[in-house]
Design a protein around this ligand. Structure first.
Ligand code: SF4
Length: 437
């Protein structure tokens, strides 16, 4: 009988991507994927440790699975960033776990499971300097118009608040030819838009056949793939956004008119404490350069508030920057101290957490997002047509460069194409448009 496997993923797109690689490896070995943890013989939790809260949730989840283990002989495997960060310490809180594996060991999981079954002992594998895991594609069998692909992993920046360099390791870029091969594979399955993933995606740097491929070259080469109509990437570091990358926005209109560029704070004092290695003048200059090439480009960002040492005057600088850049969207959080990071060890922790500051950031961005959306009425937008609308089978829907969903009437034959749409109305936050002939 086929063994059944269940996987739960916490965290970012890269974790989702890794989970798909794991599932594809198991499918090859004739395992069945189940959506019901109770029916599974193997339970895998792929984790994120970016915030303390998410880490706690993981142990609650494991506690629920422990009960299944009492009823039948199952294997529990814990992977991802919490596994890498905590290692053996995990056994202190959950000694019933059979396998602990790091983000770069996902391709070894099949073998680890075989070993657990044979030798009935626990396995822990959390260290690896290479990224052989990408030998298996993540998106096998999927037929999505928009696909994500990891192009690099890890980070060398060591921002003082961030665990990524400790959990994902140093930056490693996938070979250029392998990325192109995977994208070509995806285009055969129907992919039209590609989202390049990496913790520091624009630091991509790979040498192949004595040629050096940095991020700008990779973007250009992907843009040459005829069937790829739009390219996005997350997450960028402002310091890696060099002029060569900015110039790619001039060279190809396949590069989306939307950029996520995390700034984290509007205060130079806090940026220095965060070890972000740029200041606000630098950040604004990068945006100005981009706008000189793409006057309509929209920018989203990440913010951390309540960072140790953040006073009201620093916070107000963040609010001012949000207004000045007119960010369209953001991911914002209250600072969460993480073990091993510089700010955890050396910066005195604040006693009182100010949720008010977070709400203020979120409210300001919400207002701006709404304004950006309302301003779209009457404009002509380039959309990638994804399929038939879920709400009205007579309508199609597509996604704009700035990530808005637009419904419109059209012929199914244009699904998968890039078309121009005039936005004519907005109803309960839903945009409606008409095709431009
Ligand atoms: S650049 Fe990003 S991933 Fe790297 S340490 Fe800083 S916040 Fe973390």
């Amino acid at each position: 009988m086929h063994k059944k496997i269940y996987i739960k993923t916490w965290g970012c797109q890269m974790n989702e991507y890794d989970s798909n690689i794991i599932l594809n490896n198991f499918k090859k070995k004739k395992y069945k994927i189940t959506k019901h943890p109770k029916k599974a013989n193997i339970l895998i939790l792929n984790t994120c440790s970016i915030r303390e809260k998410s880490q706690e949730k993981i142990f609650h989840q494991l506690g629920r699975w422990k009960k299944f283990k009492k009823k039948k002989n199952i294997i529990i495997a814990l992977g991802g960033c919490v596994a890498k960060q905590e290692g053996k310490k995990i056994y202190k809180r959950a000694n019933y776990i059979d396998i602990i594996f790091g983000p770069r060991n996902i391709h070894k999981l099949n073998k680890m499971i075989d070993l657990v079954l044979k030798k009935k002992k626990k396995i822990i594998k959390i260290n690896s300097k290479s990224i052989k895991k990408f030998k298996t594609y993540s998106n096998i069998k999927h037929k999505k118009k928009i696909s994500q692909i990891s192009i690099m992993e890890g980070c060398n920046k060591y921002c003082s608040f961030c665990v990524v360099p400790y959990t994902r390791g140093k930056e490693i870029s996938r070979p250029h030819n392998e990325i192109i091969k995977e994208i070509l594979y995806l285009t055969k399955k129907g992919t039209k838009e590609i989202i390049l993933l990496g913790q520091n995606v624009n630091a991509y740097n790979n040498t192949f056949n004595n040629n050096q491929y940095k991020f700008d070259k990779l973007l250009i080469n992907i843009s040459k793939i005829k069937k790829i109509k739009r390219i996005r990437f997350i997450t960028s570091h402002p310091i890696e956004l060099n002029n060569k990358i900015i110039n790619v926005y001039k060279k190809t209109n396949k590069l989306s008119n939307f950029l996520h560029l995390p700034v984290q704070s509007g205060s130079n004092y806090i940026l220095k404490k965060m070890k972000r290695i740029y200041n606000i003048k630098y950040y604004k200059k990068k945006i100005k350069n981009l706008l000189s090439i793409r006057p309509n480009i929209q920018i989203s960002s990440d913010f951390i508030t309540n960072f140790p040492g953040e006073k009201k005057k620093h916070f107000l600088k963040t609010i001012n920057l949000i207004k000045k850049i007119n960010f369209d969207y953001s991911y914002s959080f209250i600072y969460s101290p993480r073990p091993k990071t510089k700010s955890f060890n050396t910066i005195k922790k604040k006693k009182k957490i100010s949720k008010k500051r977070l709400y203020k950031i979120q409210n300001q961005i919400k207002k701006q997002t709404k304004k950006w959306t309302n301003n779209m009425i009457g404009t002509i937008q380039r959309i990638l047509i994804i399929g038939i609308s879920n709400n009205n089978i007579m309508q199609l829907y597509g996604i704009t460069d700035n990530n808005r969903k637009i419904n419109f009437f059209g012929n199914n034959k244009i699904i998968g194409k890039i078309k121009k749409i005039k936005i004519i109305k907005i109803n309960k936050n839903k945009l409606f448009g008409i095709l431009i002939k």
